[in-house]
Design a protein around this ligand. Structure first.
Ligand code: FPP
Length: 238
């Protein structure tokens, strides 16, 4: 695939991992079973993508709206997060993957919060791909947080309201210091962002695939990158 000289591997890829529930339903199984298979695939796909030269991978694991799901489903997801965070630390060591979490972690139970902190701390010195796990993440919530941070700076005289720039917004986002995603892939066939990286996605190339997340294979990632390479990115220019 990488023979073409002008082939570009996107530096930052975001993935909206959708379709776990439908995957299970199609097989006559409860929705959480789909999440279990989705979590297994999270491990496989993350490791594959890290080997492709992607610098940052952001995965949408749980949105600020996902709390509306039935308690059994939310509970099953929380259990999976705990299990996979413990495993991810060792699993991803070989690939030198650094884990970061974006979103409001204060809503999680103390055990999960501690795991999140520990996973970040213990992988902080790794120099391979950065994996941002978006958990209790919402783009609107992130923007509200940024507005509050900036208001506070203005209130305390640390920032001048007339001199605020887009860089000031950027440094107040969870993804401060990271480049915007070049490519956003959504599995499960829908064509929407669902509150994912609303500010950062301004010029991201969007690829939607019918494939449900538990079935998403390395070849599907390669196809999305090929599609990305067929796009002409102009960032508002000509
Ligand atoms: C969307 O599918 C998926 C989620 C809300 C959960 C994503 C979680 C995982 C892939 C597993 C765990 C990840 C980690 C980091 C361990 P859906 O339930 O909305 O599917 P549907 O559209 O078919 O109903």
């Amino acid at each position: 695939m990488a023979d073409n000289k002008s082939f570009i591997m996107p530096a930052h890829v975001g993935i909206i991992m959708d379709g776990n529930g439908r995957w299970a339903k199609k097989r006559g199984m409860p929705r959480p079973v789909g999440h279990t298979h989705g979590a297994q695939n999270f491990r496989t796909i993350t490791r594959y993508i890290s080997k492709q030269g992607v610098k940052i991978l952001t995965l949408y694991a749980f949105s600020t709206e996902n709390w509306k799901r039935p308690p059994e489903e939310v509970g099953a997801l929380m259990k999976l997060f705990k299990q996979y965070l413990v495993e991810a630390l060792t699993d991803f060591r070989e690939d030198d993957i650094r884990l970061r979490f974006i979103g409001d972690r204060s809503a999680f139970d103390p055990q999960l919060r501690a795991l999140i902190d520990e996973t970040e701390e213990l992988s902080a010195s790794r120099e391979g791909m950065v994996l941002n796990l978006a958990m209790n993440y919402g783009g609107r919530d992130e923007l509200l947080r940024a507005v509050k941070l900036l208001c506070k700076e203005v209130q305390e005289g640390k920032a001048d309201i007339d001199r605020l720039t887009q860089q000031d917004i950027q440094r107040c986002l969870y993804t401060a210091g990271e480049p915007d995603p070049d490519l956003i892939i959504r599995t499960g066939g829908e064509f929407r962002l669902s509150n994912f990286m609303l500010y950062q996605a301004a010029y991201s190339e969007f690829v939607s695939t019918e494939v449900l997340w538990p079935d998403f294979k390395p070849e599907d990632f390669d196809r999305a990158v090929e599609e990305f390479n067929r796009r002409s990115r102009r960032f508002g220019g000509v």
